[in-house]
Design a protein around this ligand. Structure first.
Ligand code: SF4
Length: 286
């Protein structure tokens, strides 16, 4: 198998420019993941595998839509047969959460040793920005002009109870937190990290505002940062500096919201806060 992302100079993370939109947050996050992976694990010759809009597009090796995790199971098995022991990191988008749900949950349940990073832009951005299971409540997509009344899947929590040794959420707006979590994941596999990476055209903000929008999501509580590590759950303490209104006002995907709609989102954030508190109470530091 050809590995386009390997080079003798180990500058592989520079190879993924593939005509992404200017300021694409998924591209930024993917570069950071690759840089941290290749710098941290350089003596173990890591392999990066996957694909997504903004994530190398067709420059990365991949197994097919929704099958990256079964591809990894096959790769790890083939490597084991040949006596090859190299770390593998998958990077893809939130479409994998829908299309690859069975593969991913089963690969984690079976204990395959790899790290899976999802750059979550809450849309099938490469094929018209329609809804995924990660699309936020009431966010407009190309096929839902008023948005969905349903909350997104909380996929890290699903994997937390499906054999993961490590799960976390992260955001492209908090690169040091993402780097720390990647390093935690490298020593606790199977591991899953879901990184919030807004999408310029799907979300409808100016193309220099991607990291600002992501930061507001964290600071208003729509995107809590948390991790499950060594069987302990913890939420990162981020000051609540922004309101839900601050967050939605920068995005055309929420332009249809009136005061009542914003209150729905505020209640949703309140529900997430309650859930995080209960998880910390039940699974936090003893
Ligand atoms: S459509 Fe979205 S995810 Fe795709 S390259 Fe543009 S900003 Fe990035």
């Amino acid at each position: 198998m050809k590995m386009l992302l390997e080079s003798p100079e180990q500058k592989v993370h520079l190879n993924i420019t593939a005509n992404q939109c200017p300021g694409c947050p998924s591209n930024l996050a993917a570069r950071l993941v690759m840089q941290v992976t290749f710098e941290t694990l350089k003596n173990q010759r890591p392999i990066i595998f996957g694909q997504g809009c903004g994530i190398g597009r067709d420059f990365l090796q991949r197994s097919g839509l929704g099958t990256h995790d079964s591809g990894i199971a096959a790769m790890k098995t083939a490597m084991a047969i040949r006596g090859i022991d190299r770390p593998v990191v998958v990077i893809d988008g939130d479409g994998q959460i829908d299309m690859g749900l069975a593969d991913m949950a089963t690969a984690f349940q079976l204990g395959y040793q790899y790290v899976h990073v999802v750059c979550d832009n809450q849309a099938h951005a490469a094929s018209g920005s329609h809804t995924t299971g990660a699309t936020d409540i009431l966010a407009r997509t190309s096929v839902r002009s008023a948005g969905e009344p349903r909350p997104r899947k909380l996929f890290p929590l699903m994997l937390m109870f499906s054999g993961a040794a490590y799960v976390a959420t992260a955001s492209v707006s908090h690169p040091q937190d993402l780097e720390r979590k990647l390093k935690n994941a490298f020593t606790r596999m199977p591991a899953f990290i879901q990184v919030l990476t807004p999408c310029n055209p799907s979300w409808g903000y100016d193309d220099d505002k991607g990291t600002l929008v992501a930061r507001l999501a964290v600071e208003c509580g729509m995107w809590p940062l948390y991790e499950w590590k060594d069987r302990v759950f913890g939420r990162q303490n981020v000051p609540r500096k922004a309101t839900v209104k601050d967050y939605v006002s920068l995005q055309r995907r929420y332009a249809h919201l009136d005061e009542e709609g914003i209150q729905v989102l505020e209640r949703y954030v309140g529900g997430l806060d309650d859930l995080m508190a209960k998880l910390e109470q039940g699974f936090g530091e003893p």
